[in-house]
Design a protein around this ligand. Structure first.
Ligand SMILES: Nc1ncnc2c1ncn2[C@@H]1O[C@H](COP(=O)(O)OP(=O)(O)O)[C@@H](O)[C@H]1O
Ligand SMILES: [Mg+2]
Length: 570
């Protein structure tokens, strides 16, 4: 714990981090005085006169408690970030010196009739200033966030009667992250945030990239459920980088493979345009007037046929004097065959007839119009892991481009569960196009109304730029030291020392810091009824191990599902 230096050479104190209810004090009356001020932090000593026992729960001072410090011109608001008893004095019972570390986060100014709260402290406290617990009215003023559109996502830990509100434009416009160990309540927290948003904004546009198929249970009737079984995401929507990652393998021949793929795709795209000119829809025709095959880009999401790609390769293979490597050509041919015949890839490579349905796909994924379903849940649990990254990359890229080309008039929030899996810190482990798509949204998305909600249980393994671009962080219980350190270092908020206590939070509890909240706060997310909770991921041993479950027939069914990749069937 990095406490400020005590004034007057107070004894070194051994920090005794306290995780549960601790030092008890009376409310509203000053119970401590400032003994040290340094930068945005202060240290206060408890007045230990009188009994410390017999007080009710809401009079305790704990980590995350909010206090006010009275100065001649304002009430400074502090968050308790540390509690300790200096070494050598903790045996002496109620007379012991008790210290409280505070982060100074804002101030209440004005007279009784017209008080307002602002973040930041213009006048620091002086030694001896009195510290009291913040009153209900103070808390209401701080957290009411009246000036900006806000939604309620839970309640304040300190005072359950005070709703915890997030300012929606700041929360979504500048990205948010939800971190915490498995089972700490991240998915439920996200569901609580989303339910609050769609309750108030029926025309929201939220796309959940659901890698474990958890969210469909939480948004029945309010969400469009998309899975590989019911959506075609044609391969021609892929950028060239994405195509290359699907069609080529990282080895010494990759450069040659990519060159062949480039020529083949360009050839196929030109052939498609030649073959279809005159058959386009009126709108597309008007917008493509003047386009000739010479201006076609290998990167543009324009349709082409895989048969033409295969045809190009066959032609090269048939030539006696070819410049390309035989190994690469043959590998490419095999890869195309595999992708077009494997059922698991059918949603991307299965369709033989190519139709330019890009507008239809966009309107379905991004809910335009929303038709009463503001949320899209894309179940990615059945997508083979080797193309999961590609699928996520395409969706993120389409969201971003839609934002750019619609000039920011279609704000979209993308919720990325398990983001460390497809945007990892380790550059070598990551898939470059996905990382790039996400980084582009993180850096430039706010201009175009495209925002990210990044969820991870391993913040230390998540791409560093992604986390540092998230202006609001909801930190659930986080036991791993390196993860805690990363969250602390990525958070720009002043009360980061609050995050020292991440290991002690209860389920469904979080510390919220950043621009989306009026002030750093320890919150309890709204308790969601079962039908609004994401399906739990934990397998239930106790349920299935008490009665005889499956027989051979059932195993046959499992095998069939496994083989044909039909997860939804029973
Ligand atoms: N806000 C909440 N409302 C209701 N139940 C919750 C809430 N937060 C956590 N829980 C409980 O905790 C369990 C784990 O939460 P979950 O969100 O799945 O954790 P995580 O996504 O972090 O692994 C849930 O199945 C639920 O029983
Ligand atoms: Mg989860």
């Amino acid at each position: 714990m990095s406490g400020p230096v005590t004034a007057g050479g107070a004894p070194d104190h051994a920090s005794l981090p306290v995780t549960g209810p601790t030092l008890v004090t009376s409310r509203h009356r000053p119970f401590a005085h400032i003994v040290s001020v340094e930068g945005g932090q202060a240290l206060a000593a408890f007045d230990t006169r009188g009994s410390l026992s017999g007080l009710s729960d809401d009079e305790r001072i704990e980590i995350g408690s909010i206090v006010t410090i009275t100065t001649p011109s304002s009430h400074i608001i502090g968050v308790v970030t540390g509690l300790s008893v200096p070494m050598g004095s903790y045996e002496v019972g109620e007379d012991a010196t008790r210290l409280m570390e505070l982060d100074l986060v804002g101030e209440i100014v004005g007279n009784i009739a017209d008080r307002s709260f602002k973040r930041g402290v213009s006048l620091l406290p002086a030694l001896g200033d009195a510290v009291a617990r913040a009153s209900h009215q103070d808390l209401e003023l701080i957290y009411s966030a009246r000036r900006k559109p806000a939604v309620t996502i839970g309640s304040l830990y300190q005072d359950a009667d005070i709703p915890a509100a997030v300012m929606i434009d700041d929360l979504l416009g500048k990205h948010f992250a939800v971190v915490g160990s498995t089972g700490a309540g991240k998915s439920c927290g996200v569901a609580a945030i989303l339910h609050a948003i769609i309750g108030q904004y029926p025309e929201s546009r939220i796309v959940v990239l659901d890698v474990h198929n958890e969210y469909s249970a939480a948004f029945r009737g309010q969400a469009e459920m998309i899975s590989p079984a019911n959506l075609q995401l044609p391969f021609w929507l892929l950028s060239f980088d994405e195509l290359a990652s699907v069609f080529t393998t990282f080895d010494e021949h990759q450069a040659e493979d990519i060159e062949i793929l480039h020529d083949a795709v360009l050839y196929a795209k030109k052939r498609y345009v030649d073959a279809t000119t005159g058959r386009q829809s009126q709108i597309l025709k008007r917008s493509t007037e003047g386009t000739s095959t010479s201006t076609i880009s290998v990167d543009a999401p324009s349709p082409f046929r895989l048969q033409d790609v295969a045809g190009y390769i066959d032609e090269q293979l048939g030539q006696l004097e070819r410049t390309q490597s035989l190994v690469s050509l043959r590998r490419m041919k095999i890869r195309i065959d595999t992708l077009t015949t494997d059922v698991r890839y059918a949603f991307m490579f299965g369709s033989i007839t190519i139709q330019d349905k890009m507008a239809e796909i966009l309107s379905r994924i991004f809910r335009i119009p929303s038709a009463g379903k503001p949320v899209t849940i894309i179940d990615l649990s059945a997508v083979p892991s080797e193309i999961l990254n590609v699928v996520i990359s395409v969706i993120c890229r389409m969201a971003f481009d839609l934002g750019v080309w619609s000039k920011g008039q279609l704000p979209i929030t993308l919720i990325c569960e398990e983001a460390h899996r497809y945007a990892p810190t380790d550059q070598a482990a990551g898939f470059e196009p996905t990382r790039r798509s996400l980084a582009r949204i993180a850096k430039e998305g706010r201009k175009y109304g495209i925002s990210l909600g990044v969820i991870t249980q391993r913040p230390a393994e998540l791409d560093a730029t992604l986390l540092s671009q998230c202006s609001t962080i909801f930190a659930h219980r986080l036991s791993n030291e390196s993860d805690q350190r990363v969250v602390r270092s990525r958070s720009a908020d002043c009360a980061v020392s609050l995050l020292d206590f991440l290991s002690s939070l209860g389920d469904g509890e979080a510390i919220a810091v950043g621009q989306g909240v009026a002030m750093p706060m320890r919150i309890r997310f709204t308790r969601l009824p079962l039908d609004k909770q994401p399906a739990s991921q934990s397998a239930q041993f106790s349920k299935f191990w008490v009665s005889q479950g499956m027989g051979l027939d059932d195993v046959e069914k499992v095998v069939a599902r496994w083989r044909y990749n039909r997860r939804d069937e029973d």
